[in-house]
Design a protein around this ligand. Structure first.
Ligand SMILES: Cc1ncc(COP(=O)(O)O)c(C=O)c1O
Length: 360
């Protein structure tokens, strides 16, 4: 059976190094904070080419911390993509803000700047741009809008760590960025983990304090914060996985190219489009089918695992009903058409293609 993401094969590939890193942390007795967390933060900042990287307990926590650091207040409006994982909209709403759902470009699945601009009101404070499925959002257009309307941009790079746009790394766009180390992400750990990236020392200090009970001096609390820390074991293993990330990403890109050349000639299917200047991590390889039911039966018959990222527009989720939200026709269309195939560096995509060849 082909796994959707082959995490055990990835573990096997680096088993000796990973085990010795875990052992080193266990023998050190430093399980929270310590040298591996600081070293990872330096290595992440160096990789993304920003001055500050701050680790925390998950990508979702990173979004909460970022919004708190940016000063989100109850009633503030934040524009978020309607087609996305829920975390960005959830974080805004949980903090009392109002997520306003914008539409996407149906070919790239990325936030549509013209839809963003049409939704700006006097209450709008910022935009959360999601680098969906592994490619950076259109930051040039978004930053023009944000400058014109004095808004901040928060880059959600949970799916795009390692991607680039015109040579700049994901995580380096906007006023602040976050990522996730959820196990199936391009750079995943062995549990939950996340990080924030910023150019501003002031914001970095604020985030560190917020993630540590609002405290920068032990037992003095300048802010109402929380406990959001990355464990030392996760930091130690992420440092190893980071060394192999670029190689794994190039295999993912080769896998995507193989899929592209097979699927591009098939009627009723559209392959994912990558914006000019972007290189994707292919956190997901997501196609559109005008007859998804039929496609799903073929995949089931071939024993090929697939996922529907995402089946329902966020504005239509029960938890967001009642917010006044616009129509987003492209989001509604892609929710009916998308499906994602296995694409990780340890997937043999030629096996997937071989199985499908009997049907196409
Ligand atoms: C776009 C996006 N943002 C945020 C998150 C949240 O990350 P985590 O699962 O680490 O909390 C995810 C996770 O799937 C995601 O895909």
């Amino acid at each position: 059976m082909i796994p959707f993401v082959n995490l055990s094969a990835q573990y096997k590939a680096h088993e000796t190094e990973l085990k010795s890193a875990i052992d080193r942390v266990l023998y050190s007795g430093a399980y929270i904070g310590g040298p591996d967390v600081s070293a990872l933060e330096e290595e992440l900042a160096h990789y993304v080419q920003v001055p500050y990287a701050i680790t925390c307990a998950s990508g979702t926590d990173a979004l909460f911390l970022a919004l708190e650091a940016l000063g989100l207040q109850p009633g503030d409006e934040v524009i978020v993509p309607d087609f996305s994982f829920i975390a960005p909209a959830e974080a805004v709403r949980s903090l009392g803000g109002m997520p306003v759902f914008c539409d996407i470009d149906p070919n790239t699945f990325l936030i549509d700047p013209s839809s963003v601009e049409s939704l700006i009101t006097s209450k709008t404070k910022g935009i959360i741009a999601v680098d969906l499925f592994g490619q950076c959002a259109p930051y040039e257009a978004l930053s023009q809008i944000s400058q014109k309307h004095h808004l901040w941009i928060l880059e959600d790079a949970a799916q795009s760590f390692g991607a680039t746009q015109n040579g700049k790394k994901a995580g380096s766009f906007g006023n602040m960025a976050i990522t996730s180390f959820y196990p199936t992400k391009p750079l995943g750990c062995f549990g939950d983990g996340g990080a924030l990236f910023t150019y501003s020392e002031k914001l970095a200090d604020r985030i560190r304090s917020l993630a540590n009970h609002g405290s920068s001096i032990r037992y003095y609390h300048e802010l109402i914060g929380r406990n959001s820390r990355l464990d030392s074991i996760q930091a130690a293993t992420l440092r190893i996985k980071l060394k192999y990330l670029d190689n794994e990403l190039s295999i993912r890109r080769e896998n995507a190219l193989q899929y592209n050349s097979f699927f591009s000639s098939i009627k009723d299917l559209s392959i994912p489009q990558i914006l000019s200047g972007n290189s994707s991590t292919y956190a997901q390889y997501t196609l559109r089918s005008s007859n998804r039911k039929q496609m799903e039966s073929i995949l089931k018959e071939c024993g090929i695992p697939y996922c529907i990222h995402y089946p329902k527009a966020l504005r239509k989720q029960p938890c967001f009903l009642g917010l006044s939200n616009p129509e987003n026709p492209s989001t509604d269309l892609v929710c009916k058409q998308v499906f994602s195939l296995p694409v990780c560096a340890f997937t043999d995509v030629s096996e997937v293609i071989q199985k499908l060849k009997t049907f196409f």
